[in-house]
Design a binder for this molecule. Structure first.
Ligand code: G3P
Length: 308
């Protein structure tokens, strides 16, 4: 017996609603942004799939087991906190052995590239599916350039401008597609009244003139509309906090159609710039206040876990 096509599709849709399969028209990879393996477990249960996870020092500092220690007045030694990060990442790896897991080096404003690279090599050995996160700062890019030459996969984080994304492209030239991610932080641009989603759209457009070796990973997502618009724009990857992923699931994993319109509210537009991708990375203007602030916040949250 043959069922009419509409009937088959409605069964498929209800399976999607129960979160047991990936929507058929979803091309973007979906990552969880978090530092708690329990959330990873729950998201896999709800969605039925997960393509990867991003972590960072702030997210690790929010891990309930780390909080439990801190609340009892038990801070970690430097060695213990690194062991804790490694064990957390290994637990996540067990849950998504095929997915990518981003692990971030410690980098404050005084950390040199050599030190970031040393940490990166160690972290890369923790699990077979790591991408190592470096800040999109001068030292971070210098370290990432070397990391890629050493065969490491990288994720350049705290990206707030097209020029920074162009520098990521230039610093990692020659790497294979999938080995390099750039993470534009849209929520933090929204926070200061600029339309963060413009940055995703501009970087994707700028990269069309390149060789495609850098994948755009939309990060600092705060709401479901960030997700929907990033899907519509064709971001390669989107990393989402637990609550937004859960809401997406509760709504039946919608994938926006051509008529979807994103409303940025009163945010100021970020204008597109013609940026040439053929320069050396050092030629781009990569300074951004939010990158520095982000590095300060990550390092402060990490240091808050450590015994004085
Ligand atoms: O993936 C980046 C993310 O963890 C930062 O998010 O909300 O602190 O800007 P947020």
């Amino acid at each position: 017996m043959r069922f009419p096509e509409e009937y088959v599709f409605s069964i498929m849709d209800s399976l999607v609603i129960r979160g047991t399969m990936r929507p058929k028209d979803l091309k973007t990879r979906i990552f969880l942004d978090g530092g708690d393996p329990e959330e990873t477990r729950e998201i896999i249960r709800l969605l039925g799939f997960l393509d990867g996870q991003t972590t960072n020092p702030t997210l690790i500092s929010k891990n309930p087991r780390a909080r439990y220690h801190l609340e009892r007045g038990e801070k970690f030694t430097r060695e213990e906190i690194l062991d804790f990060y490694r064990e957390t990442v290994r637990e996540i790896h067990e849950l998504i052995p095929e997915g990518s897991i981003s692990v971030e080096v410690y980098g404050d404003l005084l950390t040199f590239a050599e030190e970031m690279l040393r940490q990166a090599k160690e972290m890369f050995s923790w699990i077979p599916n790591a991408h190592i996160k470096f800040p999109t700062s001068r030292e971070g890019l210098k370290a990432a350039e070397q990391a890629v030459k050493n065969g490491l996969r990288v994720n350049l984080t705290l990206c707030f401008t097209q020029e920074q994304a162009a520098a990521v492209y230039a610093a990692t030239r020659g790497a294979k597609r999938g080995d390099v991610y750039v993470s534009p932080f849209i929520g933090r641009l929204d926070d200061r009244g600029e339309n963060g989603m413009d940055l995703i759209s501009h970087i994707l457009k700028m990269y069309q003139k390149g060789d495609g070796h850098v994948m755009v990973l939309t990060a600092s997502v705060r709401k479901i509309d960030h997700l929907l618009f990033a899907l519509k724009l064709g971001s390669d990857i989107i990393t989402l906090p637990f609550n937004v992923l859960k809401e997406w699931c509760e709504r039946g994993l919608p994938v926006p159609q051509v008529d979807y319109v994103y409303h940025p509210g009163n945010f100021k537009n970020i204008p597109f710039k013609e940026v040439d991708l053929t320069e050396n990375w050092q030629a781009y203007d990569i300074r951004h206040e939010l990158t520095d602030k982000g590095m300060e916040r990550f390092s402060a949250d990490w240091n808050g876990l450590i015994k004085a």
